[in-house]
Write a protein that binds this ligand. Structure first.
Ligand code: APR
Length: 242
């Protein structure tokens, strides 16, 4: 019933925004952060994923991100990513605003993706900002130009979000008739403010109803795995075409 309801909402919507979090990537083998098997169950993000960690214990910071970058080599987009890319091609989704840093949406074929928390696939010098190959970061190299420290282009705790991605998302959110929130606990500011900035209908696809998400007045909640729920919605849309 609910997959069919979402399929109808998508067909009626002129502009649909999809907002994704780490739950969109767990079926590709990438752990999320706050569920029982999440990264932050064993590691304190302030020690490995903050500006302070990069300045005060760079080796631990670098090791943490080297591990996450190399782990991506064995991960690929799952059916949910591919379905969202197909929805974009069919004009059913106008943008994916993601907190994810793995670029699986782009690898699945999505073109209009706003990386609100940056990505760990590209690297720059923290001092002079010049881009470097990720292999140089993986090989513990220093900046070729100024000998500064290399770091991935991820938004660390304590850093501001990329202005272009944020502004592009805000514009779409303000125009959206429908916002589909997938696989995020909505714990982290300012992304967790986006759903309530929309005047459109709000839909939540998540494995579980989290404490924070309970504060949002979603018009529809589909409990389940992102890949499976999106496959159900895709099937319902096919039926509506006939
Ligand atoms: N399908 C649907 N939901 C899932 C799945 C799945 N396959 N796997 C996990 N989930 C749910 C979890 O139950 C959880 O509620 O996705 C949510 C993921 O929440 P978090 O782990 O908090 O991840 P996210 O919301 O993306 O975190 C936001 O926090 O640490 C920072 O920068 C990091 O971008 C990240 C931000």
């Amino acid at each position: 019933m609910t997959a069919k309801t979402l399929a109808n909402l998508m067909r009626e919507s002129n502009r649909t925004v999809v907002l994704t979090g780490a739950g969109m990537s767990t079926e590709s083998g990438i752990p999320d952060f706050r569920s029982s098997t999440g990264l932050w169950q064993n590691i304190d993000p302030r020690i490995v994923a903050s500006t302070e960690s990069m300045q005060k214990n760079y080796e631990q910071f670098r090791e943490f991100y080297q591990g996450r970058i190399t782990a991506l080599d064995n991960c690929k987009p799952h059916q949910g990513h591919v379905i969202l890319a197909d929805f974009e091609k069919r004009g059913l989704v106008s943008i994916i605003a993601t907190q994810n840093v793995d670029q699986l949406h782009q690898r699945a074929g999505s073109k209009n993706v706003a990386e609100l928390h940056g990505n760990i696939v590209t690297v720059r010098c923290q001092k002079c900002g010049k881009p470097h190959a990720k292999e140089q970061f993986l090989n513990n190299n220093i900046c070729t130009y100024c000998s500064g420290k290399l770091r991935p282009n991820v938004v660390l705790f304590g850093e501001t979000l990329p202005m272009e991605a944020w502004d592009r998302t805000l514009h779409e959110i303000h125009e959206a008739d429908l916002v589909i929130v997938i696989g995020t606990s909505l714990e982290v500011y300012p992304v967790n403010q986006l759903p309530s900035m929309s005047k459109g209908k709000l839909v939540y696809i998540n494995r579980q109803q989290t404490s924070t998400s309970a504060h949002y007045s979603f018009d529809l909640v589909l409990k389940g795995s992102a890949g499976e729920v999106l496959a159900d919605v895709h099937r319902e849309l096919e039926k509506l075409k006939k």
